[in-house]
Design a protein around this ligand. Structure first.
Ligand SMILES: Nc1ncnc2c1ncn2[C@@H]1O[C@H](COP(=O)(O)OP(=O)(O)OP(=O)(O)O)[C@@H](O)[C@H]1O
Length: 275
């Protein structure tokens, strides 16, 4: 029983976890702990398994080995109903946080409230305007999605992700494709929302400068495992060649450009008659 109870404030925990698809293991020996009030950056090269970590945190895939606890509950031991209840305590912001184009800004943000809660209309209005205010778009509530910019659409998607006041918010590359100013604003916003909602935020990101400016903890994955974790300052002081290459964006170093050849690839190549 004791192992089922999260230490105070711990919202997500990975213990010696291996993750993958079928018999393919993407990551192994992963230990992660995310506490209330923390902003955590998950970094790593392309294909290193960042999205896979996010899928595991939301129970879309399960650990091949080890245990994943969200809100103190082992995800592998939950019923589908329990898993859905846990997911309601999470907000997920995908890179393409698709908005409903036939609904205006207000109705997009109101959507999860109407789906999950039976609230009086006055309360819906209050909650939606409050979240739109938090992302600086209160006065855009009436606009159609076709009338707002791409950067604004991201912020509407963010307001929608937080409208149910999740305890854990997962962001898949929240900075991708943003200009430097919007990027800085979005980073600040993630920090402020985390503090204001007293939730935890996990960001998958490639952006070192802006995520380091707001993160409490950084995890770097690569070569099938967790390469490093610590505060941004500890990462900056690392002399590990992989970390140095990753943080400086250097083309030459231990990070391979080529996707590794797997048995499945070799088998496919054989069937092409080109081995
Ligand atoms: N549904 C799937 N089935 C099989 N393999 C998958 C699946 N999704 C991802 N993979 C493989 O898992 C590995 C990690 O992919 P993942 O999407 O987690 O990487 P990532 O770090 O998020 O990459 P990027 O930064 O390029 O988005 C890759 O080798 C990928 O081919």
């Amino acid at each position: 029983m004791a192992s089922n109870v999260a230490p105070s404030g711990e919202l997500l925990r990975f213990d010696n976890v291996a993750l993958g698809y079928g018999d393919f293991t993407v990551l192994k020996e992963i230990d992660i702990s995310v506490g209330r009030g923390q902003v955590v950056a998950m970094m790593g090269g392309s294909g290193s398994g960042k999205t896979t970590l996010l899928r595991a945190a939301t129970g879309q895939i399960f650990a091949q080995k080890g245990a994943i606890h969200a809100f103190g509950q082992n995800l592998a031991d939950t019923t589908l109903e329990q898993l859905q209840q846990l997911r309601q305590r999470m907000g997920v912001l995908f890179q393409q946080g698709a908005l409903f184009t036939d609904l205006n800004v207000f109705e997009n943000v109101a959507f999860p409230l109407r789906e999950h809660l039976q609230l009086p209309e006055k309360e819906v209005t209050e909650k939606v305007l409050d979240k739109l205010n938090a992302v600086g778009l209160r006065a855009a509530a009436h606009l159609k999605i076709s009338e707002i910019s791409g950067g604004m659409a991201r912020r509407v998607a963010l307001a929608r992700a937080i409208v149910l006041e999740p305890e854990l918010i997962l962001y898949d590359e929240p900075f991708a494709g943003l200009d430097p100013i919007s990027l800085g604003i979005t980073a600040r916003l993630i920090r402020d929302l985390t503090d204001r909602l007293n939730c935890a935020s996990i960001l998958i990101t490639h952006d070192v400068a802006d995520s380091f400016a707001i993160a409490d903890q950084v995890y770097i994955v690569g070569q099938g495992k967790l390469l490093a974790n610590g505060t941004p300052r500890q990462m900056e002081q690392s002399t590990d060649p992989y970390i140095v290459q990753f943080l400086k964006g250097q083309p030459d170093g231990p990070i391979a450009f080529h996707y590794p050849e797997t048995p499945a690839f070799k088998h496919w190549l054989d069937t092409q008659g080109r081995s």
